[in-house]
Design a protein. Structure first.
Length: 279
């Protein structure tokens, strides 16, 4: 993808680095694959504010994405589109019978390309197949955790996992975090890296752009009073001590993973290189 650095003709564009949307081919979504997306504004069913810093923003419609890729047959890529609900671009597929579906667009997928899914398809970009039939070293995204469940892992912009080994019932994947993890070898995944890899390099340029996204300003704990936050109060500009949440939970170093969790036996190596013993 390409980034666009704006000229500083206003204060809001001085630090703005945006997406050039070079891969996007249309700005009109497929009408049959969108549905309303209600918003809560951070309120629960009683109308009480249960999640701060949310509200406002531009209206969005949800694009129905085919994460399962369970339709057999060859499909043609009709468009590459922007999706306001996710960081990646999406691709509109049309099958031979006329059915249309959205998928996550992998890097390098072009309009007019042919993709398919199934057990015996070639491991090419955009194709979905079981990891049992993929060669080692393949980069994959939209990875299932249970066969037939639909993709759950590696779905955000620029992410992918690498198939590093096959062990009996399991495939060993190197996850985007660096973790080595076993996943059932009959689970399906899509070949390729998710599009829009430069998403993390964008800069909003001004606070108002975050308001358009429905994100309100976030108050720092150290700027509050002691009655409102554990890090509040003190004389002058106090640091607040070890960072912690509003209810006192430490944000650094505190182990939050459940001891003896059932998936421990599937994790070969954590992202920091430490091992997890079989429990």
């Amino acid at each position: 993808m390409a980034l666009r650095k704006f000229k500083p003709i206003t204060a809001g564009t001085r630090w703005r680095i945006g997406n050039a949307y070079a891969e996007v081919t249309t700005n009109v979504p497929e009408k049959t694959l969108v549905e309303p997306k209600p918003r809560t504004g951070g309120r629960n069913s009683s109308g009480h504010l249960s999640m701060r810093y949310r509200g406002g923003g531009h209206k969005k419609k949800y694009r129905i994405i085919d994460f399962k890729r369970n339709k057999a047959g060859v499909a043609e890529v009709m468009t590459i589109e922007y999706d306001p609900n996710r960081t990646a671009f999406i691709a509109l597929l049309q099958y031979a019978d006329g059915e249309k579906r959205y998928i996550l667009a992998p890097q390098g997928l072009q309009v007019g390309a042919k993709v398919e899914s199934g057990k015996d398809v070639a491991p090419e970009v955009g194709n979905t197949l079981p990891m049992r039939n993929m060669p080692l070293g393949t980069n994959v995204h939209n990875i299932e955790m249970q066969p037939g469940q639909g993709g759950k892992l590696a779905r955000s912009a620029g992410s992918s996992a690498q198939l590093s080994n096959k062990e009996d019932r399991y495939a060993v994947l190197k996850m985007p975090s660096g973790e080595l993890r076993k996943i059932l070898i009959d689970c399906c995944a899509t070949v390729g890296v998710v599009s829009n890899s430069d998403h993390s390099l964008q800069s909003m340029g001004k606070a108002g752009r975050n308001r358009w996204r429905g994100i309100k300003p976030r108050n720092r704990g150290v700027a509050m009073n002691p009655v409102d936050h554990p890090m509040g109060g003190g004389e002058g500009k106090a640091s607040g001590g070890q960072p912690r949440s509003r209810n006192g939970q430490y944000s650094r170093g505190l182990k939050t993973r459940t001891v003896g969790k059932s998936s421990d036996k599937l994790i070969i190596q954590r992202k920091n290189g430490s091992k997890i013993g079989n429990k």
